[in-house]
Design a protein around this ligand. Structure first.
Ligand SMILES: [Zn+2]
Ligand SMILES: [Zn+2]
Length: 403
């Protein structure tokens, strides 16, 4: 079968690989009908995440049809349409039974302290072969696969594999409650769903910071209050919009590939921190291998974290869902300490977050397809990666039509 395979930093290829097989009685195999490229995938190619194993199939978002189940799989049968939880979880351990499926004790073959196990990730997360492929082996299928309600299309379900649940989880981490003023950092597709999620969880106002015009335009369509950090200083704008108090909650949807302002009033301060940012880039991406404009790590790894701490009100709360790898050790902890902040973070508990969101889609309350900007065949996957990587206008979310 065809699959997108990681060969090295700056080197991914569309390869012919062996079809996946059932390996454990708890496995299933699915035919994938839709997959997607996620910002998280870019970290592995830019070198801003932990080491990958060569030959790992990339991708952690998919929708498909069950074709085969292991002997211990009850509750699923061939022919079932399913959405794949990006993170693998067993369903039996104490974490899974508390709903904290991203910290499943059993799924990660590196042991219970190794953290989240997800498809198509670094060695430390499994590795488990990913979902940008025609077929996939699904460990702990009963827990990792979620049946799709009738009436929800593959195009609608694909954004419920990782993007919508991660954004929803981010709003929960930020502790959004009724009436809150919420700042969303980053208006990529997770940021777009963070706006939606914050509003549904009760936010009174949502302010969004980015610099890509097409992303800001989509945030504005959702009636978020948009700020372009290349034109205005986001901290100044947030303070003036909130009577000098700051926002109640921040959802950081950016993570380690943060970019600093290139122009405008915020660029000057970023320039003063240029040396610090350069050291951070060296620390988080020592093996980066940019090819011209391609696979370039973000030039200011702690920029979003700094803005979060500066923009939030005293005693406020920050939820971090933008990806930071273990090599990222800088965070403005002193400033946060002196504002009595609460900071929560982590990988989405997909298994327990996805089902109610599928219901929001099934009932027509939310239509995720409005955030799909490109739909391409698998043969164009590498080109799609390259264009998405360059942060081009109009590239919000690429879905791979595998069927
Ligand atoms: Zn993703
Ligand atoms: Zn578990």
């Amino acid at each position: 079968m065809k699959a997108v395979v990681w060969h090295g930093i700056g080197d991914i290829r569309l390869d012919d690989v062996a079809d996946p097989q059932i390996q454990e009685p708890t496995d299933a195999v699915i035919d994938i009908t839709r997959s997607a490229i996620c910002g998280t995938d870019l970290h592995f190619i830019r070198g801003t995440m932990a080491p990958m194993a060569e030959g790992t199939i990339l991708g952690h978002e998919a929708v498909g049809v069950v074709t085969e189940v292991g002997s211990a799989v009850r509750g699923l049968t061939p022919g079932d349409r399913v959405v794949v939880s990006s993170a693998v979880s067993c369903g039996t351990c104490r974490y899974c039974r508390m709903g904290q499926t991203a910290q499943c004790d059993v799924a990660n073959p590196n042991g219970p302290q190794a953290g989240t196990c997800f498809f198509g990730g670094p060695e430390s997360t499994g590795p488990v072969n990913g979902l940008q492929a025609e077929k996939a082996r699904i460990p702990w299928a009963v827990n990792t696969l979620i049946p799709i309600p009738d009436g929800v299309s593959d195009e609608q379900a694909i954004l419920c594999s990782d993007i919508f649940p991660t954004a929803w989880f981010g709003a929960e981490l930020a502790g959004v409650t009724r009436g809150d003023t919420v700042l969303v950092l980053g208006a990529g597709v997770v940021g777009q769903f963070a706006i939606e999620s914050a509003k549904r969880q009760g936010a009174g106002r949502v302010i969004v910071v980015d610099r890509v015009q097409t992303r800001l335009a989509q945030a504005l369509e959702q009636h978020a209050e948009v700020v372009n950090f290349d034109e205005e200083d986001p901290v100044e704008v947030v303070m003036s919009l909130t009577g000098g108090v700051g926002v109640d909650r921040v959802i950081d949807c950016v993570g380690v590939d943060s970019q600093r302002p290139q122009r405008g009033p915020a660029a000057e301060q970023a320039e003063e921190q240029a040396e610090q940012f350069a050291q951070e880039v060296q620390q988080v991406a020592p093996d980066a291998d940019p090819q011209g404009d391609l696979w370039v790590p973000g030039n200011a790894p702690s920029q979003a974290a700094q803005w979060a701490v500066q923009c939030v009100a005293k005693n406020g709360q920050i939820g971090i869902i933008g990806v930071y790898g273990p090599t990222m050790t800088s965070y403005p902890i002193g400033a946060a300490m002196n504002k009595n902040l609460t900071i929560r973070m982590g990988n989405c508990d997909h298994r327990t977050t996805i089902p109610p969101l599928l219901d929001l889609v099934a009932t027509g309350v939310v239509d995720p397809t409005r955030f799909i900007s490109q739909e391409v065949g698998t043969s164009s996957a590498i080109e799609a990666y390259e264009r998405f990587d360059q942060r081009e206008e109009g590239w919000l979310k690429t879905v791979l039509d595998v069927a």
